[in-house]
Design a protein around this ligand. Structure first.
Ligand SMILES: [Zn+2]
Length: 285
């Protein structure tokens, strides 16, 4: 089927009390594995490219590639731009066929965040594209966005109501104790905060930094109202990087590199299947 919007898959997950997995990719076999994993479990899926990944592959190539894979998959696939900060770049991705974009102005003041997010929503909604924004600061590093522990702060539930009303976004990323990258100590999620935000607003909620959070914490977060969970680090480091290193080093001379890339595809597929099962979206396509 054709690519779908974030709004359409999250509306359903909000009603059904499950989360849709959002997985970062940087190349063909990588995204093939993600979509194949979702198709195997008849689950909706979000594939997301960071600005760095978009620059690596080119926005036209990404849109053509993912639209083709979605067509053949038989499950709803959203093509999402992750953590973009530049308005013109976001518009270019929308023009080329992304069905969802994230504007990350979380480092700015609430007022400035509302201002740029509203402008993105205005451009995107006229073209039938969904928008995710962020309130509070998720710690860790995500490409050029680095947030020191001391600078990370949690989402204020009161701001959510103001922000959602003022911007008209389709999904909101919240900072509740998760970080980007690997956790140095056991992650402590602020479940009361998730519940408080959910009690004030019915906006679909997004949890960033899904790698390394125990399954029972994810299940609890979903039961309290999280609808989209981002998984990046585990896919690029374990699924892609480690698999590539392992099989490439085992390759005999003059052998076919596709054999290595097939292993990357399989590894990514398995990670995605595990996550989708925890997220509760099996059979929700
Ligand atoms: Zn993120």
């Amino acid at each position: 089927m054709p690519l779908v919007t974030l709004r359409s898959v999250l509306r359903a997950s909000l009603k059904g009390n499950y989360a849709v997995g959002s997985f970062n990719f940087f190349g063909l076999e990588n995204v093939q594995g993600i979509i194949k994993g979702a198709a195997n479990l008849k689950a909706p899926v979000i594939v997301q490219a960071s600005p760095g990944a978009v620059k690596h592959m080119g926005e036209k190539a990404i849109c053509g590639m993912v639209a083709g894979l979605a067509d053949e998959s038989g499950v709803p696939v959203v093509l999402h731009l992750d953590h973009a900060t530049d308005y013109d770049f976001i518009c270019r991705c929308i023009d080329n066929g992304f069905t969802s974009v994230m504007i990350d102005a979380s480092r700015k003041s609430l007022h400035e965040n509302i201002d740029i997010t509203s402008r993105v929503v205005d451009y995107a909604s006229r073209r039938g594209v969904s928008v995710e924004a962020e309130l509070g600061k998720v710690g860790g590093s995500e490409e050029e966005i680095k947030v020191e522990d001391k600078d990370a702060y949690f989402t204020n539930p009161e701001d959510v109501v103001t922000f959602v009303k003022a911007t008209g976004i389709d999904a909101l990323a919240i900072a509740v104790g998760t970080i980007h990258g690997f956790y140095k100590s056991e992650p402590k999620l602020d479940f009361n905060r998730i519940a408080a935000i959910r009690s004030l607003s019915d906006i679909p909620l997004v949890l960033h930094g899904g790698t390394g959070i125990p399954d029972y914490d994810l299940t609890r977060a979903i039961s309290l109202g999280v609808n989209k969970i981002n998984v990046g680090t585990e896919l690029w480091l374990v699924g892609y990087g480690n698999t590539l290193k392992k099989y490439a080093s085992m390759m005999p001379d003059n052998s076919d590199p596709r054999k290595v890339m097939e292993q990357v595809r399989e590894a990514c597929m398995h990670i995605v299947e595990e996550k989708i099962t925890v997220f509760g979206s099996v059979g929700k396509a």
